[in-house]
Design a protein around this ligand. Structure first.
Ligand code: PFF
Length: 450
């Protein structure tokens, strides 16, 4: 079909949009990253500052992105071009498209580990196993991770090829409820284990002595990543949104769902980790090393281990489709590519770009950048630089160029419970740029200083 003649697709319901955007937000960031970052930063005290970051920074940026998208009905590049023609602002959109490309390339590698662990879990985790060795062995092999990386990209390409309604919306309507039910089941299992109380205390009783400046930094970076902000994913999803939806409300729901899932995954993980006498600060290995050890010990552990990795994979799929959609929407709108072709070509290129980080634990393990392997290097550029920079510039654009008033008017267009106003203007014009500017400088400086 010639896409010139094709009307832009719209989500067919308010719920369709909310689930798609929440699906984008809820991902590895909630279930893999949030618990380990919280675990490393002292638990409850970190949770508190993270929640503040979500509300004061995440919410206004999300409203701005969704409004930009719906107003212009365009991909990130087209959106900036449309509102500020003949200026360099479109480069912010281009940065977003590029960031989507980079994040998906390594996101798919991690999602591939999760798929491999579904099979691993089905075969059973037993207490004699050396879980660090198992994980290290998996990621430092080549064939299997490559196969799973390809499979994951294949699924993502398949969904995006099918379109916004028949692909994305259909997938999230099936996957998001399953994800929620699995997570609730895991929470019940975890908090009912003997000795779960200590984990609950760690997670719920704040100890501010554990907080450092670095934690503040991490909280804001986590807020951006988990809410899919700073790279135009919410601009793109907003571009398929009908004018009858109230964005102030929708952004609130998405934020609420994302936070609920992150908080619940903490409840699924910390009580179990403490109940088995393990430590919650294992870093990125928390999910792949500590948790299998937990599953090996707990009653019905094989079943719950299997369900956990299914859950993690589902969460990754509904986020990955939004990453690919950003790049595909750009190719379709700006270069008039046909959707299927765009999904396939872009998807394959992203798969290839993901190979170096995948090999960073084997053939390319000598490569180090500031002491980081290739995957961590991609992740660092995305999280420490591209996403905050994209978010900062988007906030400045919405606040000053398009104007906070225009942005708010677009957000409040339809009747709703919430409506953004003066406070939104203050947040988007002052609080967000100052906060993000500060964390970027501190974050980059800390990494460079080692
Ligand atoms: N929000 C996703 C997660 O928490 O895993 C990651 C992500 C998806 C980031 C889409 C950015 C994005 F545009």
């Amino acid at each position: 079909m010639n896409n010139d003649l094709q009307e832009r697709e719209n989500w067919t319901s308010k719920l369709g949009f909310i689930l798609a955007a929440a699906g984008s937000a809820v991902g590895l960031g909630n279930i893999w990253r949030f618990p380990y970052v919280t675990g490393e930063n002292g638990g409850a005290a970190f949770l508190l500052i993270y929640l503040i970051a979500i509300i004061l920074i995440g919410y206004p940026v999300m409203v701005a992105e969704m409004s930009l998208g719906r107003k212009t009905e365009k991909n990130p590049v087209g959106a900036f071009k449309n509102l500020a023609p003949d200026t360099p602002w479109w480069l912010v959109g281009a940065l977003g498209v590029f960031t989507g490309f980079v994040i998906l390339s390594y996101y798919s590698v991690i999602a591939g580990w999760s798929m491999a662990y579904i099979v691993q879990a089905a075969n059973g985790f037993t207490s004699e196993m050396d879980f660090a060795g198992l994980f290290g062995g998996h990621i430092s092999s080549v064939g299997e991770p490559l196969l799973w990386h390809a499979t994951f990209m294949g699924i993502t390409i398949g969904i995006i090829s099918a379109g916004v309604v028949k692909g994305i919306q259909k997938a999230v309507k099936i996957l998001m409820p399953i994800l929620f039910i699995l997570l609730v089941a895991l929470v019940f299992r975890s908090v009912s284990l003997e000795g779960a109380g200590e984990g609950l205390a760690f997670y719920l009783a704040p100890d501010f002595s554990q907080l450092t400046w670095y934690s503040l930094n991490e909280a804001i970076a986590q807020a951006f990543f988990t809410l899919s902000l700073g790279m135009g994913a919410m601009i793109t999803y907003g571009s398929y949104l009908s004018k009858d939806d109230n964005i102030s409300d929708s952004a609130g729901y998405v934020l609420g769902l994302d936070t609920l899932i992150a908080v619940l995954s903490g409840f699924a993980i910390f009580p179990a980790v403490f109940a088995l006498g393990l430590s919650p600060d294992a870093g990125p290995g928390l999910t792949f090393i500590t948790l299998p050890a937990v599953f090996a010990e707990m009653p019905l552990g094989t079943l719950f281990g299997f369900l956990f990795f299914v859950l993690l994979t589902i969460a990754a799929i509904t986020s990955a489709i939004s990453l690919l959609e950003v790049v595909v929407a750009y190719m379709v709108d700006e270069h008039e590519w046909e959707r299927k072709k765009a999904a396939q070509v872009v998807g394959i290129v992203i798969f290839l770009v993901g190979i170096p980080p995948l090999l960073g634990y084997s053939a390319l393990s000598d490569f180090q950048f500031l002491g980081m392997d290739i995957l961590d290097t991609y992740d660092w550029f995305a999280n420490a630089i591209f996403l905050p920079l994209g978010g900062l510039l988007t906030a400045i654009f919405a606040g000053y160029v398009w104007g906070a008033r225009n942005t708010a008017d677009e957000a409040n267009k339809a009747e709703g419970v919430l409506s953004v106003g003066n406070l939104f203007g203050v947040l988007i014009k002052y609080v967000v740029p100052v906060a993000i500017g500060t964390i970027m400088v501190v974050g980059i400086w800390q990494t460079l200083a080692g």
